[in-house]
Design a protein around this ligand. Structure first.
Ligand code: ZN
Length: 282
């Protein structure tokens, strides 16, 4: 093994247990569990949110860090490991699951989803498109206020395999910028439209400090199969570590909105902890 491979491997090991499972099988991402600063909105833990800070300081040292303002630390993109495949699920103690909503935000549906999540005090992930986010920045700041995680889902939702490298870069960079403006910090996760990934997407995502996250269970809500069918797919797919894909934009999403009102309390009643993944930085 060459030295740079060793370094990469070491970085990967330092990046957390998530990576250990990534050889061969799909990796799992670390969870924000109840034992960690549970329930605390991700954005409000700003002192620990910046990768360089996380690398350099132990949690106890954060208190020694001078308060420099209310904004999140503006940091250079983290030294993020370049993956060869996206994470498909998450690891964590107990019956934890992650709900993700793609393609928004859409003022017709996203506020309803946010309201339902708030009602049950649940954090979720929103993989937003830049062209939607730029016109709905208020919804991104609402997501930040509620502690949801916002990820990068490109600007125009293209198939990345049909773009040049600079085209992919532009799609991802612009989206990260608008997220940083509206959400308050740059995204730490990205998801390729249609789940179509390529090497450039992994490299550019890592350049921008983001980890790739796909999903375990596809609710196929975009086919508008009926609210009951969406509910059944989510409930049938429920299992520890599962990442659920749904949509809050890209068409008529009223079934997705109604389904959430049904499966969310059911999952909670079944003992599931709906949460968001937590990055570990080398
Ligand atoms: Zn999408």
């Amino acid at each position: 093994m060459k030295k740079d491979q060793l370094l990469t491997r070491r970085r990967a090991l330092l990046a957390g247990a998530a990576v250990l499972g990534a050889a061969g099988a799909a990796g799992t991402a670390r969870l924000l569990t109840a034992d960690e600063p549970a329930g605390s909105p991700v954005r409000n833990t700003a002192p620990v949110a910046g990768p360089p800070v996380r690398r350099a300081l132990k949690p106890s040292a954060y208190r020694l860090r001078p308060l420099t303002g209310y904004g999140p630390p503006r940091s250079a993109p983290a030294r993020t490991v370049v993956r060869h495949e996206p994470f498909l699920r998450i690891s964590g103690r107990g019956r934890s699951m992650v709900l993700t909503f793609d393609d928004g935000p859409d003022p017709r549906y996203t506020p309803d989803i946010l309201r339902t999540l708030r009602e049950y005090d649940v954090r979720a992930m929103f993989f937003v498109c830049g062209e939607m986010a730029v016109d709905n920045k208020d919804l991104l700041s609402e997501m930040a206020d509620d502690g949801h995680v916002v990820g990068n889902h490109t600007w125009t939702h293209p198939r990345l395999t049909e773009l040049s490298r600079s085209g992919i870069r532009s799609e991802m960079e612009r989206t990260s910028e608008v997220i940083e403006q509206a959400y308050g910090e740059p995204p730490q996760w990205f998801r390729a439209p249609y789940g179509v990934w390529n090497r450039a997407a992994f490299q550019l995502g890592a350049d921008l400090g983001m980890e790739p996250l796909a999903w375990t269970v596809d609710s196929l809500d975009w086919t508008t199969p009926g609210t009951r069918t969406i509910v059944n797919r989510v409930e049938d797919g429920a299992a520890p570590g599962v990442v659920v894909l749904s949509h809050d934009a890209g068409g008529d999403r009223s079934q997705s909105v109604r389904a959430l009102r049904d499966y969310l309390p059911a999952l909670l009643d079944s003992g599931y902890h709906l949460t968001v993944p937590r990055r570990q930085f080398a």
